[in-house]
Design a binder for this molecule. Structure first.
Ligand SMILES: Nc1ncnc2c1ncn2[C@@H]1O[C@H](COP(=O)(O)OP(=O)(O)O)[C@@H](O)[C@H]1O
Ligand SMILES: [Mg+2]
Length: 241
């Protein structure tokens, strides 16, 4: 853990109309950590990520990335500062090839063709299957491969931190392992990760620390290993008695 957090949320509150979704979320992600957010449906995990990306605005509180305040900045600006988000539901472009999908992820690096090519080689090294399929339409890939493509596209922006919203949703156990294995490789490449997962145990196993969200509040935070051993967490989120 570095001395300064790379990303820091302080008392972030957020509303949809008159529904308050976040009641004061505070969390920190340090450089080169994988940190996971767990919690039931509707707990506020996606809303937290959307606040970081500037898609949803906090009504109160502060979001600071690499020492800079993000509140009020437009999403493209936030992306260009080094934050990349892979939203829920792997929204790749089905009628574009794998390679074209990846190029779409590099839109913040307009002009620098050689850099984009270099980044693409890096993504292909991380996900050899994407290289194999690079001329195939995105829509012809399996669910797991589409998720790899969505992650690869996010990496094309050369982020310092990646936000992943339920990357393993709807995938068979073997593919869950593959996708979360990719998260570990991304971390080894020096990219910090904030991971949202319903698959709490699998997520905690690859994370340094975790935050448990309930009804728009952080109710618990600890080292991942301690959360795995925590009785309440085991009962509520890991499906174990
Ligand atoms: N677009 C929206 N409009 C209104 N309410 C929303 C919207 N998106 C989420 N919510 C509400 O905000 C709360 C948090 O949702 P969300 O952040 O999606 O939770 P999670 O990702 O943990 O399942 C829930 O009560 C949900 O119903
Ligand atoms: Mg969600």
């Amino acid at each position: 853990m570095g001395a300064e957090p790379l990303l820091k949320l302080t008392d972030v509150k957020s509303c949809y109309g008159n529904i308050q979704a976040l009641h004061g979320i505070s969390l920190e992600v340090y450089p080169n950590e994988v940190v996971c957010l767990i919690g039931s449906n509707g707990a506020g995990k996606t809303t937290t990520l959307m606040n970081i990306m500037g898609v949803v605005r906090p009504t109160c509180g502060e979001i600071v990335f690499a020492g800079k305040r993000l509140n009020g900045l437009a999403t493209p600006r936030i992306v260009s500062m080094g934050i990349s988000c892979v939203p829920e539901g792997r929204r790749i472009f089905p009628a574009l090839t794998v390679e074209e999908n990846l190029q779409m992820g590099a839109y913040t690096q307009r002009g620098a063709t050689s850099e984009i090519e270099e980044t693409m080689s890096w993504v292909y090294e991380l996900f050899p299957i994407l290289k194999e399929r690079r001329t195939q339409m995105g829509g012809t890939l399996s669910g797991g491969q589409q998720q790899m493509l969505a992650v690869g596209r996010g990496l094309m922006a050369r982020p310092r931190i990646m936000l992943l919203d339920e990357p393993s949703l709807g995938l068979a156990p073997l593919l869950v392992e593959q996708v979360l294995g990719a998260v570990t490789r991304i971390k080894q490449e020096g990219v910090t990760v904030l991971l949202v997962e319903q698959n709490a145990l699998a997520a905690l196993e690859i994370s340094e620390r975790g935050y448990v969200l309930e009804n728009g509040n952080v109710v618990l935070t600890d080292k991942a290993s301690a959360l795995i051993d925590n009785e309440t967490v085991r009962k509520s989120y890991l499906g174990q008695e």
